[in-house]
Write a protein that binds this ligand. Structure first.
Ligand SMILES: Nc1ncnc2c1ncn2[C@@H]1O[C@H](COP(=O)(O)OP(=O)(O)OP(=O)(O)O)[C@@H](O)[C@H]1O
Ligand SMILES: [Mg+2]
Length: 272
């Protein structure tokens, strides 16, 4: 039986989410493959195109989104209309546990129901306002956080599944594809990140983690393939400093590919 408070929260969640036109969840089977990188840059690129965007970091144990956006010092605050989300530029609202004022070096021990409660609170109580897109970054795997997101957010447009090219990552990405399908979240596509490294000295492409695994998994499981993002140390460095790679490295192949992926995602989602 739900308490009155829970019923009220469900109502608030439904009302807030009604104002959000499109919802995208970024997931991966394996850790460290580039979900947060993709989430941050998808959100940035959409905001740059003039869409109103919200970016929600559901990674409780390693909330990196704030740092990647140079927003580690921002704090969430409460006002009459719920939790106010800090903004990264004109069209981008960002919420992460890293903004809740906790000591960044202290791990948080949270069990499943608490994680779901936290995600529910972000959806129900953050003043997202009217948004064109809500982009949700997930921790790795098919655990409580992506499960809560897929169960709590109504009418998700789709998932972006990130993998790196080597077999172990691709194997895990197949789980994420099936997880998404089982939860009736359409797979917008698979991204093969860290796919090749262009040597700045000799110009040759070296495939440090192999090549083509993401595309093969997408073909086998009959979901779209969104493309390959090469390894670019400059992009990583810029990101570590919280800088906008679209502005600092527009010439980078990785940044160009990210831009065209966002175009492909927008095209796949029927923008009303
Ligand atoms: N294409 C790339 N070129 C260079 N560096 C990259 C690339 N993609 C991601 N990185 C770097 O790799 C590291 C891991 O990326 P990121 O944090 O986005 O992965 P993640 O999947 O979100 O990890 P986690 O599973 O821990 O949440 C970061 O330092 C990021 O800057
Ligand atoms: Mg991450």
């Amino acid at each position: 039986m739900k308490t009155d408070e829970q019923i009220e929260q469900d109502k608030r969640l439904a009302e807030r989410m009604k104002l959000v036109k499109h919802k995208i969840v970024v997931m991966s089977g394996k850790g460290g493959v580039g979900k947060s990188t993709l989430s941050v840059n998808i959100a940035r690129a959409l905001a740059e195109k003039g869409y109103k965007v919200g970016l929600m970091d559901t990674d409780i144990h390693g909330p990196n989104v704030a740092k990647m956006l140079g927003m580690e010092d921002e704090l969430l605050y409460q006002n009459d209309d719920g939790i106010e989300a800090p903004v990264a530029g004109e069209n981008l609202k960002v919420v992460s546990l890293a903004m809740a004022g906790n000591d960044v070096d202290s791990p948080i021990v949270w069990r499943g129901p608490l994680k779901m409660g936290f995600i529910k609170q972000l959806l129900a109580d953050v003043n997202w306002g009217e948004l064109d897109f809500l982009v949700v970054d997930s921790p790795p795997g098919t655990g409580d956080e992506p499960l809560s997101v897929c169960q709590l957010i109504p009418e998700i447009d789709g998932s972006v599944i990130v993998t790196t090219p080597q077999d172990v990552a691709v194997l895990d990405s197949r789980k994420s594809i099936n997880f998404s399908k089982q939860l009736n979240v359409p797979v917008l596509g698979v991204v093969e990140n860290m796919s090749g490294f262009v040597c700045p000295d000799c110009g040759a492409t070296h495939y440090l983690f192999g090549n083509g695994g993401g595309e093969k998994a997408a073909a086998e499981l009959e979901v779209p393939f969104l493309g390959r993002v090469p390894i670019d140390p400059k992009m990583m460095e810029a990101q570590d400093k919280g800088m906008d790679v679209f502005k600092t490295h527009p010439e980078s192949e990785a940044v160009k590919v990210l831009g065209s992926m966002v175009d492909a995602i927008v095209e796949k989602i029927d923008i009303a």
